[in-house]
Design a protein around this ligand. Structure first.
Ligand code: GTP
Ligand code: MG
Length: 293
């Protein structure tokens, strides 16, 4: 018998959804930072076995959208409700509940199996863990509950085993050697965006989009050229930094990650461009793979 299906991970920003997906895959597919709204897309990560295929979806954290980009991010979350065979609802120690009541109702009324994961238990003591476990099991009574630590790997294998049990009988949806639905350039964009989230403050990372215009693989090296788009001229200066030092750091660090990811030497050329108000522009968003409506 062969099992296959979609397992979609949803929850508030910053609870550890991407960390969990990477832990299941065993690769750094999704970028991870301590800032909210790190993930902007729905990213598939596929775990293949001889008699199973688990198609995980990492999604953006649930927020109340304030501009077009965020609307489109929430559309990815909505789509994750529509095709799930198993829903993973992730919360973290200390969190109260989803800020969006409608999403929360969808979870508690779900007809499909829900796994409720309380993450970051490595940061809690026994008493807090007990209190939170009780609280969450009451809030989402239709779910199966697992306290986990995605970074420490605690309980992650047990969750995976349960997923396999819950999956429907089905042939594979994707070729068995496929790891994700996203093209190589997507991971280049994301590696660069991760460094921008790490090194720039306040609004800057949220005003940035990255587009890889060239990806050319030679025998021993991959040559890439990417543009970092910002919304305003002042942001461009900040990204570049004094004598280009800030931009250089982004380039060096992203290149190192990409060399690991692709297992090959990488040449990465970066430049910065102003693309006014791209976050609110339907056509620009569509071009960057957001607006699917
Ligand atoms: N202590 C601890 N930290 C964790 C754990 N899992 C994730 N984190 C940290 O939590 C932060 C957010 O992790 P992400 O995986 O980016 O969270 P996310 O839910 O994907 O965030 P968004 O994409 O912004 O919605 C990072 O700093 C992680 O290292 C955990 O089990 N324990
Ligand atoms: Mg994420």
């Amino acid at each position: 018998m062969h099992k296959a299906g979609f397992v979609n991970i949803i929850g508030n920003p910053n609870v550890g959804k991407s960390t969990l997906m990477n832990a299941f895959i065993g690769e750094k597919l999704s970028i991870i930072t301590s800032k909210a709204q790190t993930t902007r897309h729905r990213i598939l990560g596929i775990v293949n076995g001889e008699d199973f295929q688990v198609i995980l979806s990492d999604t953006p954290g649930i927020i109340k959208p304030a501009y077009e980009l965020q609307e489109s991010m929430m559309d990815f979350v909505k789509s994750a409700f529509e095709d799930a065979d198993v829903l993973i609802y992730m919360v973290e120690i200390g969190e109260k509940e989803l800020k969006d009541e409608a999403f929360f109702k969808k979870i508690t009324n779900s007809k499909i199996p829900v796994l409720l994961l309380l993450n970051k238990i490595d940061t809690s003591n026994q008493q807090q863990l007990e209190e939170q476990s009780e609280l969450w099991q009451k809030k989402v009574p239709n779910a199966e509950f697992f306290p986990i630590s995605a970074t420490e790997g605690f309980n992650v294998q047990n969750v995976f085993n349960r997923i396999i049990e819950l999956l429907p009988e089905s042939p594979a949806f994707y070729p068995k050697d496929q790891l994700t639905d996203k093209p190589e350039r997507f991971f280049v964009n994301e590696a660069i965006r991760e460094k921008i989230l790490l090194h720039y403050k306040k609004e800057i990372p949220y005003a940035v989009e990255v587009d890889t215009e060239e990806f050319f693989e030679e025998e021993n090296i991959i040559r890439m050229r990417s543009v970092i788009m910002v919304e305003r001229e002042t942001q461009k200066g900040i990204i570049i930094g004094h004598k280009g030092s800030a931009l250089k750091r982004v380039g060096v660090e992203a290149r190192k990650d990409l060399e690991k990811f692709f297992g090959k030497q990488v040449h990465l050329e970066l430049y910065v461009k102003v693309n006014k108000n791209w976050r609110s522009n339907q056509n620009q968003l569509r071009r960057f793979g957001y607006n699917q409506r």
